[in-house]
Design a protein around this ligand. Structure first.
Ligand SMILES: Nc1ncnc2c1ncn2[C@@H]1O[C@H](COP(=O)(O)OP(=O)(O)OP(=O)(O)O)[C@@H](O)[C@H]1O
Ligand SMILES: [Mg+2]
Length: 350
């Protein structure tokens, strides 16, 4: 295992359009060595196009990509120390697991003994040693996914690009594989760039995430910073659940229903129409004299570990959500009083 550090790949001002569609619009991202990096965004925002640019299957209209000191875009795909695992990974059905994994190395003319050693090691890493002789049709979806991963890492790329690697798996296997993928990245010490449109998946795996929207990068940050300090409304709504109060920005918060709701501004000063972001778990019930807002409980839900209370508040057109550990803290129809720590509420420009 090595540690994360210097920039490995520097993506600089990449643009790519297809006719009228701007797939990538001035995209700049630095990916660090040995990082687990995620590209997250809704369908059509340009994630696959960016991976294809890095892998060499798509030529950008403008911009450059440096890998260390090397101009990556000047190299043909097969000369790049980069491997792309496609959105739908195709295994050879007539070959055993070990032959599937060995195939790429054999084609490069790697010596037989070395192929055997490396395939053995990689199958061990992904936990498939016992199944080496099986055909893909004799494997579960999760096991097939592991074969595809083994095939991608056996060539020891500097950079492994994975396009929706877990999308073919059902929910439970998917959760297991998220942990597995993270462990694997840690063990093999290869920089991973994983594409997903599932925010929980990105949050649970990645060291850092680039949130994309319509071909542009909205924010690049750690999962915690994206969640607690989104830099705009798109990121705030895309990551997690939020209460968003609408009003004009004023010193120390926003003006809402004749009072000031407190929050902080991150970055540039904000004026005019704004939203105040308060996460449900930061919203708490208080005594009337300490209340920032009051309302009535319309619904409570208990999920075992956590519970949610939905509250109608005058002047706010959707229920305010409050979550907490354990059982609900209020009952339906109760009059309740709300507050939050102003340092945890964020003012965002509307
Ligand atoms: N070869 C192409 N010709 C024309 N348009 C394309 C081509 N490839 C991509 N696009 C368009 O570029 C935009 C970005 O596509 P891309 O495949 O990068 O999105 P994505 O973020 O990977 O989406 P998804 O999550 O659905 O896979 C889309 O509007 C898509 O229709
Ligand atoms: Mg895609």
């Amino acid at each position: 295992m090595t540690t994360q550090g210097d920039v490995l790949v520097s993506i600089q001002r990449i643009a790519r359009r297809f006719g009228d569609v701007v797939a990538l619009d001035d995209v700049s991202i630095d990916i660090r060595d040995n990082e687990f990096f995620a590209l997250l965004g809704p369908s059509g925002c340009g994630k696959t196009t960016l991976l294809r640019v890095l892998a060499g299957f798509e030529e950008p209209d403008a911009g450059q990509v440096l890998l260390g000191d090397t101009d990556l875009l000047a190299l043909p795909p097969h000369r790049r120390p980069v491997n792309l695992m496609f959105q739908s990974y195709a295994l050879f059905p007539h070959m055993s697991v070990e032959r599937n994994v060995a195939y790429g190395l054999e084609r490069e003319g790697t010596a037989k003994a070395e192929v055997r050693t490396r395939v053995g090691e990689v199958l061990e890493t992904v936990g498939l040693s016992e199944l080496a002789k099986r055909r893909p049709s004799q494997l579960s979806g999760g096991q097939r996914q592991r074969v595809a991963l083994a095939r991608a890492i056996v060539k020891r790329p500097r950079l492994l690009l994975l396009d929706e690697p877990l999308s073919a798996l059902d929910r439970k296997v998917r959760a297991e594989m998220q942990l597995e993928l993270k462990r694997l990245q840690h063990d093999v010490g290869i920089t991973f760039v994983v594409v997903t449109h599932d925010q929980e998946e990105a949050m649970s795996m990645a060291d850092r995430i680039a949130v994309m929207h319509e071909g542009t990068v909205q924010q690049v940050d750690s999962p915690v910073d994206l969640y607690q300090r989104p830099s705009n409304l798109f990121v705030a709504q895309f990551i997690g659940t939020s209460n968003l109060f609408a009003g004009d920005a004023v010193t120390g918060g926003i003006r809402f229903a004749g009072r000031t709701l407190p929050g902080v501004v991150v970055g540039e000063p904000i004026s005019g129409a704004s939203r105040l972001l308060v996460r449900p778990e930061d919203t708490v019930l208080v005594e009337p004299r300490d209340a920032l807002l009051s309302g009535r409980v319309i619904e409570t839900q208990f999920f075992g570990g956590v519970s949610t209370v939905a509250i109608t508040v005058a002047g706010h057109d959707v229920p305010v959500l409050l979550t907490r550990q354990g059982a609900p803290s209020a009952v339906r129809d109760a009059e309740v009083h709300l507050s939050w720590d102003p340092a945890k509420a964020v003012v965002l420009s509307a």
